[in-house]
Ligand binder design. Sequence first.
Ligand SMILES: Nc1ncnc2c1ncn2[C@@H]1O[C@H](COP(=O)(O)OP(=O)(O)OP(=O)(O)O)[C@@H](O)[C@H]1O
Ligand SMILES: [Mg+2]
Length: 359
Amino acid sequence: MRSAYPAGRPYTPLYAAPVVSSDGPYAGSEQLWSAALQRARLHFVSGKGGTGKSTVASALALAIASSGKRVLLVEVEGRAGIAATFEIPDLPTSETKIATAEAGGAVYALSMDVETTFLDYLKTNYGMGFAGYALRRIGAIDFATTLAPGLKDILITGKLMECTQRRIDGAYVYDAVVVDAPPTGRIGKFLDVTRAMHDIAKAGPVSGQAERVVNLLHSPDTVVHLVTLLESLPVQESAEAAAELRELDLEVGALIVNRALPRYLPDDLVGPVADGRIDAAAVREQFTAAGLQVDDDGFAGLLTETIDYARTLGGQEQARTDLDRIAPDRPVLELPLLPDGVDLSGIYELADILTKAGA
Ligand SMILES: Nc1ncnc2c1ncn2[C@@H]1O[C@H](COP(=O)(O)OP(=O)(O)OP(=O)(O)O)[C@@H](O)[C@H]1O
Ligand SMILES: [Mg+2]
């Protein structure tokens, strides 16, 4: 199958060199989102399980909507991550507005389950309305997707394409589609529609659709962002995913660090404090000078906590260095650990950081 965008892409590089400022307690993310990333219309958000894919996808959707755009936020694995984030009981299986943003922007949400998507597909391509539902009744849909596992991914990516490219009166219905995508372990397979095609019939509408999906996934319209934590395992998984995506000629978007610890210690103190080298008497004096009364046990506890914190910071610094090696030409954005977890206001807080970064 030919792709419209073969290896050695005919378009210019997506990103300007990343600029990470270290103003404030968080590594900054000023204007990292390049013009090319802003032009992308289909954003996949992947990452190791539990790193914050659903959270980041939700925040990214809000960030893009805040410039007056209509954004569709899609969950493809029915894990209820987005519903939890937006504090709604269930994610709708039809496109439903769940948030409004400034300048007329809005976020619509959709939970894409394979059954509904398959029925949709049968109806559109074969005019099988009622008959399709009968297939569901007899379990034929389950059977078909079990028989050809690749079919499931093709149906889902096909539906994502339809949402991304849908137009009314020539204008796109959605300016952007943000997908809470499968984790890094499965993202390559999920997006490798060419391989999935080998699973299923070579002819017919599925095949024609798959070719158009391949073209979209390999076009500058599509990017795959990777969420990671500043810990060795998630960073390693991101490295593997980035390599796999590159191998498949899919565009890695931003590397989004989630739950970064705020930096309360100056850089030059992190190493010594992590090694337990603290001038306790001097700190004690500063406490007294500041009018802080702490008993000996309390003070010892604070010192231990500070040492632990410095060790974590040191580990994060190492992870940052490793992360820079994964895709040196990709922007690295950092989102802070929100101390009270992510509620609805937390999502807006994270979205605001992404907006400031240019998303
Ligand atoms: N920046 C943050 N600060 C604090 N808590 C966070 C942050 N980001 C995510 N969390 C919390 O971490 C947990 C995991 O986040 P989330 O559900 O987004 O991860 P996920 O990668 O989608 O997980 P899964 O692999 O299970 O789908 C959630 O409880 C979420 O509220
Ligand atoms: Mg999730």
